[in-house]
Design a protein around this ligand. Structure first.
Ligand SMILES: [Zn+2]
Length: 230
């Protein structure tokens, strides 16, 4: 069921991207919202199956580093090496093999396939072949500040996007794009990320995010659905 919903969502996104091919930049209102609310905590036995349907390639031998404090816990951890996406698409390699909670891995793969890669193809004329998304899981406080709340990274619910490599081999630093079109794509994926994740901290959003876009699925607010995107 989950895979079926995901595939129809992906097909819709493909049609939308094709329909947008005459406009200079992707339009916000045409981007579909993510289909399902993921299980952040607790058991989700179908999650790996959904990852497989999305073409997510896992390193099954990867081990989670032992936590430096008991509160660090990743629900159904997976280590992602690549996202294959639709048949015929080149694979998007995850350079750091990030370790993520399965629900975050699923949402991140959807984001790459439905937002980041299509935006890159449309505006820059080349798909994404590799993303430096950091390690994902790290048992640490927010922004590594002593005494601060535990980071969403400590539950495997966050990634930090630092650079992407395109077909043809060009690598774009998200903090220092060389062209205005590259800046447009980065601004687009930062804005669209808010529909997929609960927190999005773009480049320059605060003193700790000068060189990366932090995105996470940690529930926020009383209802767990509050967004914080800037
Ligand atoms: Zn982060």
């Amino acid at each position: 069921m989950g895979a079926k919903i995901t595939m129809s969502f992906r097909r819709a996104a493909t049609v939308i991207v094709a329909a947008m091919s005459c406009s200079p930049a992707p339009r916000a209102e045409e981007v579909p919202t993510p289909p399902e609310k993921p299980a952040i905590h607790g058991s989700d036995p179908d999650c790996r199956e959904r990852l497989s349907a999305l073409g997510v390639v896992l390193n099954e031998r990867a081990r989670i580093p032992p936590p430096s404090q008991p509160a660090c816990a990743v629900s159904e951890p997976v280590a992602i090496t690549a996202i294959m996406g639709l048949p015929g698409n080149p694979r998007v390699v995850l350079a750091g093999t990030p370790v993520l909670a399965c629900a975050m891995a699923e949402r991140f793969a959807q984001f790459v396939l439905d937002v980041a890669d299509p935006a890159s193809r449309q505006v820059l004329g080349a798909g994404i072949t590799s993303i430096d998304a950091g390690p994902g899981y790290v048992c640490r406080s927010r922004n590594n500040q002593p005494g601060a709340k535990l980071s969403s990274h400590a539950q495997g619910l966050a990634v930090d996007l630092m650079s992407v490599t395109m077909e043809g081999g060009k690598t774009i630093s998200l903090a220092a794009p060389a062209q205005s079109e590259q800046r447009d794509v980065i601004a687009h994926i930062t804005a669209r990320a808010c529909a997929h994740f609960n927190t999005v901290l773009g480049i320059g959003s605060d003193a700790f995010h000068g060189n990366n876009i932090h995105i996470d699925l940690e529930p926020r607010g009383r209802d767990g659905n509050t967004k914080f995107c800037r």
